[in-house]
Unconditional design. Structure first.
Length: 113
């Protein structure tokens, strides 16, 4: 069983930055098999960033050039560095372990002046 715990969300002004962390525990075989999703009020959950089979990062178009996904295998942790944040980035951000479809509890990101 896989457990995921996200942290790092908060309130930030437009143009600001946040770094989200997702610590995984349990039966993690491949830390690359992780993804970040987000869900804004009244909208469907969408994939924000993940790794390809070869380990390269992949992003939804709306965050390209602003967000960076990275991993620390030794710590079983995946990060999402978010720069140049916009109000439309406001959402609950979730990490997901793809092989077992495990989800964390989510962390709220609010971008507002």
């Amino acid at each position: 069983q896989v457990q995921l715990v996200e942290s790092g969300g908060g309130l930030v002004q437009p143009g600001g930055s946040l770094r989200l962390s997702c610590v995984a525990s349990g039966s993690i075989l491949r830390i690359n098999a992780m993804a970040w999703y987000r869900q804004a009020p009244g909208k469907q959950r969408e994939l924000v960033a993940t790794f390809t089979g070869g380990g390269s990062p992949r992003y939804v178009d709306s965050v390209k050039g602003r967000f960076t996904i990275s991993r620390d295998s030794a710590k079983n942790t995946v990060y999402l560095q978010m720069n140049s944040l916009k109000p439309e980035d406001t959402a609950v951000y979730y990490c997901n372990y793809i092989p077992t479809n495990a989800w964390g509890q989510g962390t709220q990101v609010t971008v507002s002046s």
